[in-house]
Design a protein around this ligand. Sequence first.
Ligand code: SAM
Length: 362
Amino acid sequence: MTTMQSAVGLKVPKNLGEKIISLAHKLEIVNKTLFIKSQSDHLLIPLIRQPNENELSQLKDIAPQLMLDKNDEVFVEKRPAEETLDHALKRQLPPNLHSSIPHSFDIVGDIAVIEIPSALNNNRYKDVIGQAILRTHKHIKSVHAKAGAINGVYRIRDLTYIAGENRTQTIYNEYNCKYHVDLAKAYFSPRLSQEHHRIATLVNGNEVVADLFAGVGPFAVPIGKLCPKTRVYAVDINPDAVELLKLNVKINHIENQVYPLLGDARELANSKLRGIADRVIMNLPETAIDFIDAACQTLKPAGGLIHFYGFTRKPDTIDNLKTRLTSAIEQQHRKITAFNFIKNVRETAPYEQQIVIDTQIH
Ligand SMILES: C[S@@+](CC[C@H](N)C(=O)[O-])C[C@H]1O[C@@H](n2cnc3c(N)ncnc32)[C@H](O)[C@@H]1O
């Protein structure tokens, strides 16, 4: 953001600008917090005060045509060098704790979510960290600390408020889509943004897509936006997630493409969604394997695609995950005709990876 400030200006011809600037600095009359202005054939130097008679005559010895502009000219303010979080915390925390200073945190809209290392996990240090984040990241308005792992059927993490505005709702922008998010009520991770976009770019034409674990809609919404002829059935068992999803469908103007459904994926696969989908998205990595029956029931009898997300925890391997998926699909009397894409999407914990497997099913 540019901020402006008015000040007395010293108007000098450009060809004498360097000499005048140097003398004005010696006389300590230059306002160093403001930028010098360049106008057609002269410069306007911002001053902290008017020069006295003696100073003015020294300046006029160099540039007789120099003029004092007392009409409070407006200048652009120089921004002070921005402090990093690391610097801010090193100034405030004792040296023996410097090795524990956190170097990163998640940002969702204007909310920061940080993992506090155990050495700093007390109210005093949490406050220091929270305030330092607010000071060094001006767009962040609220800071929370992770207070446990993602857990429960709704896959939500407990958070502890530490600084700024005490709220967990925000608006998040990703690839031209807008999301209302509430980190205390429904799952959301900005770390999957590339994956959300990748899947949306694979969908084409008038496909029917079933997003069985849709959350607030980060897979369903971009598909709706990018593919106007596609219909997406977006299911979630968490009523708060579905309320947010409905809002997100509305603000992204995709009411005719994306249909939010509150309920259990397996029940809906057995009823409303049976045999309708060309493509099924299964982002419930902890237990997606237990819902392969639901995914297969949702697919059209002729088959289609499943985007399956799962975890591997060392010594488990991607090959083991492929074997488990293949066996679960064969138990449903379906066949994998191709593995289109397999990728380690992200590290979710030490020795734990989230893997995506795109499979073609017949
Ligand atoms: C890991 S989150 C993923 C949400 C979303 N796809 C995303 O990427 O942000 C999994 C979601 O599945 C939902 N869920 C869990 N069990 C379910 C079930 N049996 N039927 C439908 N949704 C379920 C949870 O409420 C949660 O919102």
